[in-house]
Design a protein around this ligand. Structure first.
Ligand SMILES: Nc1ncnc2c1ncn2[C@@H]1O[C@H](COP(=O)(O)OP(=O)(O)OP(=O)(O)O)[C@@H](O)[C@H]1O
Ligand SMILES: [Mg+2]
Length: 149
């Protein structure tokens, strides 16, 4: 079975076969090394290391929580787009898509201006619902959440 399918089946870290864990770590190292060469140092949280390019960020899962977070953030954004964003009380998610590199699911997300968010004018009420207020402004000046899984 491919790494991507194992991740999907959530069997990667619970299965008896440790080879798959090695496979995951190996893929992770290759991806981190490649992106580090191209984009420099990432900003890392508990679940993902995030590399920054001009217009987007790329989130590399560090563990199963990172795989789940990438998948959930993509799903939430997709559902919000399908429904159409109209209620200003609702959290506004960042645009994203999943790409597979060395079979590892990476989240490519629109880059937000997150520096000194509190100085960029009043935050929307929904920012309080986002863990640690992880919000920023997109190019058009709209507030969006960037860590909401
Ligand atoms: N869309 C974005 N635009 C700009 N910077 C971002 C974006 N997404 C993430 N970052 C930066 O990358 C860091 C790590 O990403 P993120 O918070 O998504 O990882 P995480 O592992 O889920 O974090 P946590 O420990 O908060 O759960 C963030 O703290 C932030 O500095
Ligand atoms: Mg975070």
């Amino acid at each position: 079975m491919k790494l991507a399918q194992l991740i999907e089946a959530k069997e990667l870290f619970s299965g008896p076969d440790m080879d798959w864990v090695h496979f995951f770590v190996d893929a992770q190292q290759k991806v981190l090394t490649r992106l580090n060469r191209k984009y420099g140092h990432p900003a890392c949280g508990r679940h993902r290391c995030t590399f920054s390019s001009k217009a987007v960020v790329i989130k590399v899962p560090l563990n199963q929580g990172g795989v789940a977070a990438n998948s959930r953030e993509y799903q939430l954004w997709k559902e919000q787009v399908a429904q159409g964003y109209s209620d200003p009380r609702e959290i506004r998610y960042s645009r994203s898509r999943i790409i597979y590199v060395h079979d590892l699911p990476l989240l490519v997300m629109q880059k937000l201006d997150i520096a000194r968010s509190y100085e960029q004018g009043p935050m929307p009420d929904w920012a309080g619902w986002v863990d640690c207020g992880q919000v920023g402004k997109d190019k058009r000046g709209n507030w969006r959440a960037y860590d909401f899984a």
